[in-house]
Design a protein. Sequence first.
Length: 215
Amino acid sequence: MKSILVVGLGRFGTHLAAQLNRRGHQVMGIDKNEDRVNETMRYLTDAQIGDSTNEDLLAALEVSSFDVCFVTIGKNFQSSLETTSMLKELGAPFVVSRASCDAQEKFLLRNGADEVLYPEKQLAKWSAIKYGSKNLLDYIVVDEDTAIFEVAVPLLWIGHSVGKIDVRKKHSINIIAIKQNGKLSGPVMPDTVLSKDMTLLVMGDYKSVSKCFHL
């Protein structure tokens, strides 16, 4: 369980708070709009109504005690930039800020953000890969070059063992888990035999995975 601060309780901030709450984290929210705070309270451990560009307000929160501080202010980039900068100056250990264009991403990184969320860009990339590919069920980005892909078992692999297929040596791809009937099965072993009711969770770069699975 982590202690997390969410600054900005618009749609994105509210969804973020809800997901963090669902995972058992302690979440504090800040927004200058009282209605937004009240609407989000069911997901929050604590809340503060106020302007996050007020240094005294942030200082009183002892932001250095939070494991992660999210800045999810959507419409006022100046406020987002100032809040990000002040959080780092006040000792926040890890700040994640939201951007809505490339220029904002660069400014936030230069002014204290440890990482930047760019929802529209990230979702567009995810959608292009998922819905522009065949046989791809889902994928999770690991870094700029690597992702975890959920793919159907190719017909030619059915009835063969993981060791015999040896995709790691042939394609530089790792099979890290197997789903059977929608649930994760036991550990992947060389003698695990693949069947048509399985899907594979494989890790590798998109080019290699795409070539191997004809995405």
